[in-house]
Design a protein around this ligand. Structure first.
Ligand code: GH3
Ligand code: MG
Length: 426
């Protein structure tokens, strides 16, 4: 379980656009909103040069289809040759162009009809980047329609599983618990779409798994029943590529937003460590998992020594810097632990391993913290702090009793002169 917020490195986008002002605007929006690298090519020749010189393949192209040295066919040909997924941004649009773009396997197209266009493109780029790590499941007994929907979703960069009936879908979900969205047809042999929605909802709520019901449009009762049984959304057959993408993206966006909210609610803003709430929600899960043979669960309670003096003598900002340093060292030393700031200058870590190992690691952490230089961000002065640690192996299934034992050892460490680890049971 990682203790600090994960960073997501983003890929590079090739922006093909001949008008400098538009390209500048598009580039800025992509960088600010998505955080990706953007290379700009004003002509087809420049785009070809970028593609040949790029140290790593581009993740996506955002391409204007009318360039001084090429028309739409030329641009599409280059993208196809380099197998580069692309979003077309175009001013002229008609039915023929739409079917040509979709036939050529473009990920999407956007109409250049407002100043918001690149904000929309940026949100699409962000979605497509996230899709690379998202699994979805298409459930339909017709291999032809299942295959078509699956191929459209693959074009969106998603990892796609397929199943021919409800039972096969449940088996697939147990093999890949990372599946985030299920698109299910109504009529199937064995367990049908309604049965599948019911079974899925017993496993996961609407905030963890999105379900889109699919069926023929004439029967309005079908959509109502899908939704009442717990589906998040409904698609009436026949649907277009664009309609499918919009629904799938909306549902995945909703799940991502909920994940981000959950993540925010479980973190301490100052240190980035988990907060007290998350610690007490996850602690019992750890406690309930028996340790491997020869290993034990151990709780560490840690408290910065004479921390009030740091605040009083050097100011609150210096105190905050110490707490941030504590957070960063704890994450470094205990990436396998449940690490949290319980409040103020009090931290806790739940670890699992051979006792001798954990004892050594706790000592090593204490030593590293005492030796590391703290910096006052206001006057730049360097100073040192120490930390006291109480460590207690787990004896039973009561998290509070376990933590009380570690806290009693922490008290002994303070009484014994601070800057030490005291180890022992209740
Ligand atoms: P001991 O060695 O016995 O642990 O003494 P101490 O001074 O560290 O402990 P005490 O409980 O007396 O003081 C803790 C101080 O931590 C008091 C409080 O103002 C300060 N504190 C709590 N939260 C924060 C914070 O977020 N930032 C800063 N800068 N100070 C904080
Ligand atoms: Mg203290």
């Amino acid at each position: 379980m990682s203790a600090a917020l994960p960073a997501t490195p983003l890929g590079s986008v090739l922006l093909i656009e001949d008008q400098k002002a538009v390209a500048t605007w598009a580039r800025q929006t992509l960088i600010q909103q998505v955080g990706c690298r953007v290379d700009w090519a004003p002509t087809l020749a420049a785009a070809r040069a970028c593609l040949e010189a790029a140290p790593e393949p581009y993740f996506l192209a955002v391409a204007d289809l009318n360039l001084p040295d090429a028309d739409a066919d030329g641009v599409l040909e280059l993208l196809r040759t380099h197998k580069l997924p692309a979003i077309a941004v175009t001013g002229d649009f008609d039915k023929a162009l739409r079917s040509k773009l979709l036939r050529q396997g473009l990920v999407d197209y956007v109409l250049k009809d407002s100043s918001h266009v690149y904000r929309y493109v940026a949100s699409l780029v962000q979605r497509l980047w996230r899709n690379r790590s998202q699994s979805v499941l298409v459930v339909d007994d017709s291999p032809a329609s299942r295959g078509l929907v699956a191929s459209w979703l693959v074009r969106q960069g998603l990892r796609v599983h397929q199943a021919g009936d409800g039972q096969a879908a449940l088996d697939c979900l147990s093999r890949d618990p990372a599946i985030r969205l299920v698109l299910t047809d109504r009529h199937m042999p064995g367990m049908d779409g309604f049965g599948l929605v019911k079974a899925l909802r017993k496993l996961r709520g609407r905030d963890r798994l999105a379900i889109i019901g699919v069926s023929a449009s004439e029967d309005q009762e079908l959509s109502a029943r899908f939704l009442k049984l717990g589906a998040n959304d409904f698609l009436a057959k026949p649907f277009s590529y664009e309609e499918l993408c919009a629904r799938v993206h909306q549902n995945l966006d909703m799940l991502d937003s909920l994940d981000a909210l959950r993540e925010l609610a479980s973190r301490d803003a100052l240190t980035g460590l988990y907060n007290r709430r998350h610690f007490f929600a996850e602690g019992p899960v750890r406690l309930g998992t028996p340790p491997p043979p020869q290993e034990q669960h151990v709780a560490l309670m840690l408290d910065v020594d004479h921390f009030k003096q740091v605040n009083d003598r050097r100011g609150h900002a210096a105190g905050d810097a110490v707490l941030r340093q504590m957070g960063s060292l704890l994450s470094q030393h205990f990436p396998d632990g449940l690490v949290a700031r319980l409040g103020g200058e009090e931290f806790a870590v739940l670890l699992t391993g051979p006792l001798n190992d954990l004892y050594r690691r706790a000592e090593l952490f204490r030593e590293h913290f005492s030796q590391s230089e703290q910096h006052n961000p206001v006057d730049g002065q360097a100073f040192h702090c120490t930390v006291s640690v109480g460590a207690s192996p787990c004896a039973g299934q009561d998290l509070d009793a376990w933590l009380r034992a570690a806290d009693a050892r922490l008290y002994e460490a303070k009484q014994g002169g601070r800057d030490r680890v005291v180890w022992g049971g209740a």
